[in-house]
Design a protein around this ligand. Sequence first.
Ligand code: ADP
Length: 318
Amino acid sequence: MSNPTISANGLRKSYGDKVVLDGIDLHIPAGTVFALLGPNGAGKTTAVKILSTLVTADAGDLHVDGHNLATDPQAVRAAIGVTGQFSAVDGLITGEENMLLMADLHHLSKQEGRRVAAELLERFDLTDAASRPASTYSGGMKRRLDIAMTLVGNPRIIFLDEPTTGLDPRSRHTMWSIIRTLVTDGVTVFLTTQYLEEADELADRIAVLNNGKIAAEGTADELKRIVPGGHIRLRFTDPAAYRSAATTLNEATGDDDTLALQIPSDGTQRNLRSILDRLDTTGIEADELTVHTPDLDDVFFALTAPAPIPDQPKETTR
Ligand code: ADP
């Protein structure tokens, strides 16, 4: 992987006796969305806090935007933006005042600060609400203001810690489209989420954090392939063809009523080809073929199950 924007090797963190991160490795290329997925208490926020310099790691070789977190945290801070579950928005002042405060913190001139604030408020559909105290904003508006404030410093890397937790479906979709726009603009996004759908929608790569370790990492499709349950389904209209196929593919389970066969499959091209080749040699043609991969829910529950899963593959297919 060329020149990752965020890289962690052997990242460790414990609180007292509790090992939160037990030596994890992460490599996130520039301009991509990475989702760290895990159940409550898995250590997602801890990972974000460490990589965004808010908390120090116990061990690990950590780089963000080419800067070493241990020796050059200031340079890392200058390159990143962070919006956490605990928003930086001050409810007592207006949306615009919150923005101008950020502009001051970034040492923008008064004029430049006003320009940037107005532009971002407009972009996040907050212009009409700009002169109202932020405490009157809805949850979705507060999150939008929070991201707008993060963007004042024009960061190339953004950490979003559970950006849509607690939002209604419409606000969640708005947030997703904001995140997609950021990526189109070339920003690298590191997000944490408990929502499988969110990781599936947004992330180029997903890592599942469980018991302090990365239980699996890959694209949504790669992750879906590593849990059992994937299969190919063949449907026939001719009962004779159905019976011949059932004999040829002896690992298949059949449904005599619907003339459908289900063959366990990892969904790879190689596996699909071998099944089709076997059918071809006997001259059987199915009327319908569908490939079923497990969804991300299956993966999540399999990987974050309390008891170890027998025969669980250690690596994803690449
Ligand atoms: P997540 O974001 O995945 O819900 P966290 O990173 O917030 O998980 O927490 C992981 C674990 O670390 C939890 O068991 C939590 O109680 C513990 N933890 C987090 N921060 C601290 C802290 N400052 N002191 C002690 N324990 C902490």
